[in-house]
Design a protein around this ligand. Sequence first.
Ligand SMILES: *[C@@H]1O[C@H](CO)[C@@H](O)[C@H](O)[C@H]1NC(C)=O
Ligand SMILES: *[C@@H]1O[C@H](CO)[C@@H](O)[C@H](O)[C@H]1NC(C)=O
Length: 270
Amino acid sequence: MALQLLVSLMLSSLMGVAWGAGSSFYSEFEVTWGEGRGKIANNGQLLTLTLDRSSGSGFQSRKEYLFGKIDMQLKLVPGNSAGTVTAYYLSSQGPTHDEIDFEFLGNLSGDPYTLHTNVFTQGKGDREMQFRLWFDPTKDFHTYSILWNPRHVIFMVDEVAIRDFRNLESRGIAFPKRQPMRIYSSLWNADDWATRGGLVKTDWSQAPFTASYRNFSADASPSSGGWFNQELDSATLARMRWLQRNYMIYNYCADANRFPQGLPPECSIA
Ligand SMILES: *[C@@H]1O[C@H](CO)[C@@H](O)[C@H](O)[C@H]1NC(C)=O
Ligand SMILES: *[C@@H]1O[C@H](CO)[C@@H](O)[C@H](O)[C@H]1NC(C)=O
């Protein structure tokens, strides 16, 4: 009896520490696969995913979100990460799901990661844009954000907008705004396609590969902050365009060969 009381007191004080320190990974996320390869540590302040030859791992948010400013700090697999993919995305369920994706494609030591982005609406994607980063994403934590409101899906890196998917429903283009989404992340092996079209294979002698997450925050309350009505002002838009000219390495809107019937309609709306 006394022991049980003691144990439950200890547990609740541990939980108290985790909650008191802000958003805890324990309360916001659950590790969903990988048999122990995904771990929450430091009183809920750090989450790590690992990948080895037999499995990767992944987690998902406990809550669903319908709009929000969602920030996460990630530190990606260092060294020779070729063949590994760290996916971090929002998704609803079902065949006509919506999805907002960040994917980080690893590379050989010293070669740059590719940041891959995509937006699915009503089950349809094919809207890839890929970027180089202006820093080494394996040295430190950096903040990757999705600002999702009824008029925009804005992808941000360290609070700098890199992509803006606008609501063009008035022009007949679907926009994600009815289906709540969960946050998902996984670290997995994609050496059949990720690095130079599958030519570079994962070097398993470097395993386990680890990606780390910290300082999650989600502002999903329309009345707080300015995110619910936020748009890119002209300075932010100019900065985004500059960044796209200098760091974007693939743009579906510029890939006419891929769309012989014509580019998707949003590509021609300025
Ligand atoms: C890896 O590095 C090479 C050389 O810089 C580059 O061409 C390639 O796009 C990079 N990214 C991936 C995912 O292979
Ligand atoms: C954690 O995130 C918040 C906002 O999301 C930011 O203000 C703060 O500087 C971050 N903390 C660290 C240690 O980066």
